[in-house]
Design a protein around this ligand. Structure first.
Ligand SMILES: [Zn+2]
Length: 168
């Protein structure tokens, strides 16, 4: 999806894409060009067409809070949706449910006790943006994420956030 300030620019892009492109005015008075109807549907559902973390197209799969509730999985999400590609959450914020952290342990964890360690790492990394890697990983371990998981996920997050700043 691309957005334009002027309708004629949007139409030009749509023409280039061909018959399947959809042009639509957005609430902020810009014009969006979607590659096809599916992409437009994704945008209407989720407000984005790609995962804000790993950039995979959301047609890859999205889990919503409602799905988790239907499956009787604990609702530990901070945001309504999570990407099936990377597990990161996005979309409207949910009221935080009872997120119990481990109590008072500071030693290195080799098993994650956090319900969704990957998401936890991304959340913490996002919150502690600008802090040293050591600090972020330490905070993740304190939140119940296994040390190795914290390291791997932090690396993934770091890569993704680097790409973000390059693109934006
Ligand atoms: Zn993702």
């Amino acid at each position: 999806m691309k957005t334009y300030a002027i309708k004629s620019s949007a139409n030009r892009t749509a023409k280039k894409i061909g018959g399947k492109a959809v042009v639509q005015k957005l609430p902020d008075n810009t014009w969006a060009v979607f590659k096809n109807r599916e992409e437009k549907d994704l945008y209407e559902l989720y407000g984005v067409t790609n995962c804000p973390h790993c950039a995979v197209g959301l047609d890859n799969g999205v889990v919503s809070d409602a799905d988790l509730k239907a499956d009787n999985q604990p609702g530990l999400k901070a945001f309504l949706y999570s990407c099936l590609g990377c597990g990161a959450e996005f979309g409207p914020a949910l009221t935080k449910l009872d997120k119990k952290g481990p109590t008072g342990t500071h030693q290195i964890n080799h098993n994650s006790t956090a319900a969704n360690p990957c998401n936890t790492v991304w959340e913490i990394a996002e919150k502690l943006k600008g802090q040293k890697r050591k600090e972020v990983i330490g905070a993740c371990v304190e939140a119940g994420v296994a040390y190795n998981t914290a390291r791997t996920q932090y690396q993934k997050w770091f890569q993704a956030s680097k790409n973000d700043s390059k693109n934006g």
